[in-house]
Design a protein around this ligand. Sequence first.
Ligand code: SF4
Length: 153
Amino acid sequence: MNILISACLLGVNCKYDGGNNKIPFIDSLLDKHNFIPICPEQLGGLTTPRLPSEICYKNKAIGSKEDKIIKNIEGLDVTSYFIRGAQEALYICELFKCRKAILKSNSPSCGFEFIYDGTFSGKLTKGNGIFAELLAENGIEIYTEKDLDKYLK
Ligand code: SF4
């Protein structure tokens, strides 16, 4: 079975600061699992390195899906890059018939159940990243690196 995975978790230097989020024991899993790496932010056309971005709401009182906007730390609206990247990554997911995904926690693209709260202060709030939300809408089973050991070892 092919498993979609955030590329930074495999050690690919696609993180906003040019680094990665490699899981220490990931190498030991490569023989047993067929991982398909994706980085939605790069697929959306953002550069690496790039300024960090977070999901905000145009109107805090509403907070609906349509109200979501992604801004970088300088306040530039980068929503269109995130949406394009999520769609491209979903295309890869479907192409390789992945039914499960392991995503990097808290990211505005890949975060699942908790993401940074839009204040660039390191605080978390409930919610999904743009790509994680799209995967969930398409019925993909999602895990983060935090529960990876429970499901794959
Ligand atoms: S978009 Fe996802 S895969 Fe790319 S660096 Fe961010 S968390 Fe990792």
